[in-house]
Design a protein around this ligand. Structure first.
Ligand code: ASP
Length: 407
């Protein structure tokens, strides 16, 4: 019998994981799931993380050096940034509208049950974050898995390969193209284990959290889901259809392995190998475009996170009964954008970045305690939207560069 396609395998694993996690909770063997089954998820995540840095470096260098023939580095840069900023702002404004319409925090008495960890380790200011993009030592950044400095150094390295005499240019270009081929093969191998990883991660998450924590937070969850749904199912499809004549459904199908993995891992960075693979193999985008748009997008283009930052901050103000003025709401919009750019592509990064948004309008940081319990679930949703937006950007930019796509 033929094996079902990867996205079906992942979907089945996802549903089986939910059911299994639920059974584990009901029959009180959740500690077995949390301790043992989750190991498979940890192995899967480690394998993905193992390939991220070499994949990004090889992918960017081979992508930038291939820009030589066609030129247009600056043009692609500009288009990519316009797309990132525009879609993130659209997401935030959708969130702003939803939270003002549904007002999930008004008349809500939640009580404070938890104090979030890590708030004392205050988030760096925006200035420090920007400076941090320039690596003091690129090898150290790669070793620590700091994505943005690694991207900057790889972009520069690739760019200056093009300035060297032909002898070196050919040798280095061939070398990095070859490394990239190897990394993609290795990635494809790891991707085969996605269903097992997804099953383990989801069953652990359900066994650990259960459904009870959601009850008092239903209207908040509903507001975020509505906002994310409008952005992912309406705004982004409309953008790729109107500006690129790209078929949203085909694009979603092409991206389904990456989207399901984003949902299960809650990490754009860990999903990056699958995102690159799906965008190139299933959607037909060239490495030249995907290597530029995707690694950068995984770290700085986070539409789902941007929307969430805005909704969560205003939700907290509503719970505390603090009416935010128009200027304050505008400040929330701007800092939500900054927070989404600054958030790393790892689980719960957005929650930690909330401090920036809350501080900007003087809201109590303890408010984060309110939204902590349901954050792992919302993180899965917003990460899926983050990856979806990156992939839409990649196909749109590829189309505008005249590439013939499969979507
Ligand atoms: N987990 C998200 C991501 O990796 C970031 C966030 O916490 O919002 O895209």
């Amino acid at each position: 019998m033929k094996k079902p396609a990867l996205h079906w395998q992942i979907l089945i694993a996802l549903i089986a994981g939910i059911i299994f996690g639920f059974i584990a909770r009901s029959l009180s063997f959740e500690s077995f799931v949390i301790q043992h089954i989750s190991l498979l998820g940890t192995i899967f995540l480690r394998l993905l993380r193992m390939v991220i840095v070499p994949l990004i470096v090889a992918s960017i260098i081979s992508g930038v050096t291939s820009l030589d023939q066609s030129g247009g580095f600056g043009r692609m840069f500009t288009k990519t940034f316009i797309y990132y900023i525009f879609t993130s702002l659209a997401a935030i404004l959708t969130g702003l509208a939803a939270v003002n319409l549904f007002r999930p925090g008004v008349n809500t008495n939640l009580g404070f049950t938890q104090v979030p960890e890590g708030l004392d380790r205050s988030v760096d200011g925006i200035g420090d974050t920007l400076l941090g993009i320039i690596p003091l030592n690129p090898i150290e950044s790669m070793a620590k898995g700091d994505i943005l400095p690694t991207i900057l150094f790889s972009l520069l390295f690739g760019f200056f390969i093009l300035k060297t005499p032909d002898k070196y240019k050919t040798a280095l270009t061939d070398f990095f193209n070859a490394v990239f081929e190897v990394m993609m093969k290795l990635t494809q191998f790891i991707i085969r284990f996605t269903p097992i990883g997804v099953f383990a991660l989801i069953s652990k998450m359900i066994a650990q959290t259960g459904f009870d924590v959601f009850l008092p937070m239903l209207s908040y969850i509903y507001t975020i889901i509505m906002g994310l749904a409008i952005h992912a199912l309406l705004t982004l499809p409309l953008i790729i259809f109107l500006f690129g004549r790209i078929h949203p459904y085909k694009q979603a199908k092409a991206m389904s392995p990456a989207l399901l993995t984003a949902f299960s891992t809650a990490s754009s960075s860990a999903t990056l190998p699958l995102t690159i693979q799906s965008v190139e193999k299933n959607a037909g985008v060239s490495n030249r475009v995907s290597s530029f748009v995707l690694p950068l997008g995984a770290t700085i283009n986070m539409d789902g996170t941007a929307l969430y930052e805005c909704v969560a901050a205003i939700f907290i103000s509503q719970v505390y009964g603090i009416e935010l003025s128009f200027t304050q709401q505008a400040l929330v919009v701007i800092t939500a954008l900054a927070a989404s750019i600054g958030a790393a592509g790892i689980p719960m990064a957005g929650l930690v970045m909330m401090t920036i948004v809350l501080r900007s309008v003087g809201l109590p940081l303890e408010g984060i305690g309110l939204i902590l319990a349901v954050d792992p679930f919302l993180d899965m949703l917003r990460t899926t939207v983050n990856v979806w937006s990156d992939s839409c950007g990649a196909v749109l930019i590829a189309k505008s560069e005249g590439e013939a796509l499969k979507v």
